[in-house]
Design a protein around this ligand. Structure first.
Ligand code: HEM
Length: 140
């Protein structure tokens, strides 16, 4: 039963993290294309999307650690799984950095740095693909 619950939350968090990454990236891309800075309300939405994304990643880690221990008795599963957790760790670090950066810039009433946001969104997308591919290989 707990296995089913953990898996369900793991999958729900994947759905959330991916959706937020695509949605947030799309909003930013529209503003970047028009060379505009998001207005205050959009900036608030982007900030909230960032927090939710971080929360989803933390849920992925909690449920992932529990699943690894319950099903496989630890993290030594196979090389693809190692790649998966390394990519997931980088994703978590990037999400932390971006959230701190966005928090600090909104505190100073300044828009977030465009290059930091662009690099973070692009690497976030790439890393989530790497994690998914590695998960598919690891558990096939
Ligand atoms: C961005 C983060 C993550 C994503 C997108 C992700 C994605 C996935 C996906 C798609 C599966 C299903 C694979 C399958 O059953 O074929 C899965 C399963 C699993 N994940 Fe994650 N995961 C993430 C983070 C983590 C972390 C950090 C851990 C461990 C520390 C973890 C541990 C596991 C385990 C053990 C399973 C397999 C459960 C089973 O055998 O059915 N995941 N993950």
């Amino acid at each position: 039963m707990s296995l089913i619950l953990l898996k369900t939350f793991h999958y729900l968090a994947i759905l959330f993290a991916g959706g937020l990454l695509v949605g947030g990236g799309l909003i930013q891309a529209v503003y970047a294309r028009d060379n505009q800075v998001p207005d205050i309300n959009i900036a608030k939405i982007l900030k909230t999307l960032g927090y939710l994304g971080l929360a989803a990643l933390i849920i992925l880690w909690i449920t992932g650690i529990l699943l690894s221990n319950l099903i496989y008795g630890g993290f030594s599963i196979n090389s693809a799984f190692t790649v998966k957790i390394i990519a997931a760790a980088i994703l978590l670090i990037i999400s932390f950095i971006v959230n701190i950066h966005v928090y600090n810039s909104s505190k100073n009433n300044q828009p977030p740095n465009k290059s930091i946001m662009k690099i973070a969104t692009m690497s976030g997308r790439g890393l989530i693909i790497v994690v998914l591919l590695a998960a598919a290989i690891a558990f096939s």
